[in-house]
Design a protein around this ligand. Structure first.
Ligand code: AMP
Ligand code: MG
Length: 367
């Protein structure tokens, strides 16, 4: 079977090229754009046909709501109300104070707020829910493009649904190159993980729907209140946060998380029924060659390794996670394994927690 031709052009983000992309958006089309988190597939947030194109292009089920990305110039709480994205009467005083504080501290940046929605927001953007997810990206190219269009774009990760999120223009080309015309190249993503998603209820209760590099600890410190887990509140079944589906961010090859770190491994881990010829290892820290050799001796199989951060820095690990996973998926290994994020790190570090979340879903049971 021949692969469909790649027709997408990767464009440097010059002013002229941003105009080219903006024109496509104004005509109701979609383009890929860089953000500081991952590359997004952008379409006009207020035009239902553009939103349909996003869902079709990604093969994303329409029950999975989108995030409205707004221009930082229109990203104060007063702006959200003036532009009628949200209604003041839907929110208590406490909710308003908390949203305002969060916006002031974290926007523009990788925090998405889920708030009661207005009539202006198309149902397709919210999968028919009464709430809308909003964030103001920081990346200069995303900002410039949204500014050209006006109020906002929806921009879910520019990959086919369920697959590894793209963190470079080349990744987008690989994922959607046969389906879109333009990819604005903003270089490798600085953060590399999708935004933190925080629901603020009408009463001002914060609920963490998806962990990210804006951590629970930072939010709790700012709001001086406990951030709840969706499981504690009964909110957030898969239908309200499919970013939390059991299988997501998945490589195409079999992928499991090892029971413990390579350094602690006494006996070879069970790799299930699979009889791999070569194993791809995603290791947290240290030197790739050394870990490849160690695991190779334990498994008595050839091993190729990718390291998230030699010195074990969690921000660097977040930046490298999807890139490393994608490289292993493209390597000649036929079975992938990851070192588990240590429980102590998950407990004490919000970014380690977010990485563990992504790994769990990448290795989750596939539908
Ligand atoms: P992404 O795929 O990174 O664009 O993020 C979209 C994710 O945001 C969805 O999969 C949901 O998990 C979450 N989301 C978007 N809108 C809402 C909403 N109104 N309520 C709850 N979660 C939402
Ligand atoms: Mg995604």
């Amino acid at each position: 079977m021949t692969k469909p031709a790649k027709r997408a052009q990767i464009l440097e983000p010059t002013e002229a090229n941003i105009q080219v992309a903006a024109r496509i958006l104004k005509q109701g089309g979609v383009v890929a754009m860089p953000t500081e988190t991952v590359y997004g597939l952008a379409g006009n947030a207020f035009e239902a046909s553009a939103l349909s194109k996003i869902f079709l292009t990604k093969e994303r089920p329409t029950f999975d709501p989108l995030i409205v990305h707004i221009a930082p110039e229109k990203a104060t709480l007063a702006d959200l109300m003036r532009e009628q994205l949200i209604y003041p009467h839907d929110l208590s005083d406490s909710a308003i104070k908390r949203i305002d504080a969060l916006i002031r501290k974290f926007w523009p940046g990788p925090l998405t707020l889920v708030l009661p929605k207005s009539d202006l927001v198309p149902d397709l953007a919210t999968s028919g829910m009464e709430t809308v997810a909003i964030r103001a990206p920081k990346h200069p190219v995303a900002r410039a493009l949204i500014r050209e269009l006006g109020l906002g774009v929806c921009a879910p990760s520019a990959n086919r649904f369920g697959r590894i999120s793209p963190t470079s223009a080349a990744d987008v080309l690989e994922e959607l190159g046969d389906r879109i015309d333009v990819i604005l190249d903003g270089g490798p993503c600085e953060i590399g993980l999708e935004s933190t998603i925080l629901r603020i209820t009408e009463d001002g209760e914060p609920i963490l729907l998806r962990p990210g590099v804006v951590t629970r600890g930072e939010i709790e410190e700012l709001l001086k209140t406990k951030v709840l887990d969706p499981r504690e509140t009964g909110e957030g079944g898969p239908q309200i946060a499919p970013g939390r589906l059991a299988s997501h961010y998945a490589p195409t090859k079999p992928f499991v998380i090892l029971p413990n770190s390579i350094a602690q491994m006494m006996t070879p881990p069970a790799l299930g029924a699979a009889k791999p010829k070569k194993v791809g290892l995603l290791a947290l820290s240290g030197k790739s060659a050394e870990w490849a050799e160690t695991l190779s001796e334990i498994l008595e199989l050839p091993v190729v390794a990718e390291i998230l951060s030699e010195k074990g820095d969690w921000e660097e690990s977040a930046r490298n996670l999807f890139r490393a996973l994608r490289r292993l998926d493209a390597s000649d290994a036929d079975f992938l394994v990851a070192e588990p994020v240590p429980p102590a790190a998950i407990e004490s570090n919000g970014i380690a927690y977010a990485i563990a979340d992504r790994l769990k879903r990448a290795a989750g049971p596939r539908g």
